[in-house]
Write a protein that binds this ligand. Sequence first.
Ligand code: SF4
Length: 564
Amino acid sequence: MFSQFLVLEHNRIERLAAISEPLRQPEEIFRTAEDGRGLEAEDVASLFAAARDRNRRIEIQAAANRVRARWAAKTVEFIIPVYLTSFCQNECLYCGYRQSNPIAERVRLGPEDFDKQLDLILSWGHRQIELVLSDDPEFGPETVARYVAATRSKLDAWGGGVVALCSPVYQQQDYVLLREAGLDWVVEWQETYDRPHFDRWHFLGSAKRNYESRVDLWERVIAAGIHEIGLGVLLGLYDFRHDVLAVIEHANYLRRTYGIEPHALGIPRLKPARGVLASQKPNRFTVSDDDFRLVVSVYHMAFPTSRLFFNTRESYDLNISLVTAGDLFTVDCETLPGAYLRRHLPGQFSTHDYPPRREVKAKLEQRGLAAQYLVEEMPCEAAPGAPATEAAIDEKPWMEQHAQIRARLQDWEMALAGLKPRPSGTRAKQEELGEKAGLERLSGDGAQTLERQAADVSLREIMEYFKTLLATHCRQEESELFPAFHPDPEVNSKLAALRADHERFGIDLDKFERQMVSYGLSKDPTVLLTLGARIIREMRGHLEAEERLLPLARLRAIRQSYIH
Ligand code: SF4
């Protein structure tokens, strides 16, 4: 099993990741790669060491392009992800769908909407479908197999195509079932091969924390008769040199053991996800654009015929400058189940907008690369906008909820006021606050303590309220109210700003809670007061902005068949 091999090789990989001088000269390595023999970890480590000189990076990219032009098919394969569920029992700290994220939209795509969406996607010309799902206990392998079979049968009806799957890791018999249902290939990223960092990013209690099961997945997939595999790491969780070298080792191990070349190599890079603090800020493992280009080049050389999986986490300009013969390319990408029917809803991570698929295809053809799995477009009844009917919006329930939120903002303000040093005349008000929080009335010097305790209890309760609010009211707005507005550029940009506010409030509440802990230790309320005042001010501004927008809305009928 590869996990046992990795235990033995871990120190070697760490040493190779750290070398500062190449073990072989880059020119020799280029010759090996241009002969189509692929590269070993020592060669890739040497290229990383050589790339500390910036001029060398240009040579490495040029050599990689020569390798691909010589060995890879003169095609670029289009692939489109289709998410099935966004419910998840795991706590991957980098992911917008982690279980505890209160602002993640949770959707399970029912068979009827799945069919409708697939018809739409096929009408756009796509013929390679990647089914994607989070770790949803209600979406086991048997259910997934039904969606695979439905995709296979639709593709066959439209002239054929390819079905890929990115799912939680399963057992061998599950992959047999999926293969028999019509699955062609499996996509699975190890995230990071470094065990301590793998544990750190995957919170205790998460099923995904089972490192061995994940790293030994390919043995089970291959034993089930699926020989087309896509492996890789999420760049940015650990030192990219170490992780890329581990991918090279893993792929070369599979090549030596089973005679299987990787069908695809993943190059996802950590990007911001809504409500996920760890993904928002650069960390010491953040991969720069320059390093990303280097990773692409070494993969291109190490596996001359494998497909690098270019995805919309990256900008179009960056991807189109790097894609070569034989790669996979994503143009259309929605990461929320059903979002191709209801465009531009926030999903698992942030993505970029791309030019129309025809334009991308033409651009590739200018470079002598034929687009594969993208055929001519056809009209489709499921296109967004077609079946909509008009109805006036009922503002009342939204306004009532806003009134409740305003009342709680006032409570928040009072609780903050309880932390400030006060003149004695306000003592009665403090005691009233204390009673409201269920504390006994005190007098004299005890009043200051009472005031702090009351504010503390009240603030905790208020934090709970606002976190629940994000998970209910804000999500309800995003899933029911916002998608129903007429798609008008001005309204769209206002809705995008309101969504961004929801996300920022989640992060601000986290910050506020952390400041409450600091205040408990220092008893200095300055930061808490300033931060709280800002959040309250911004929430009030947000409510007003939403209310200004409501009268402009004429709701279209909302599609009801999503299961929330
Ligand atoms: S990465 Fe996958 S398993 Fe982890 S939280 Fe996100 S959807 Fe769930």
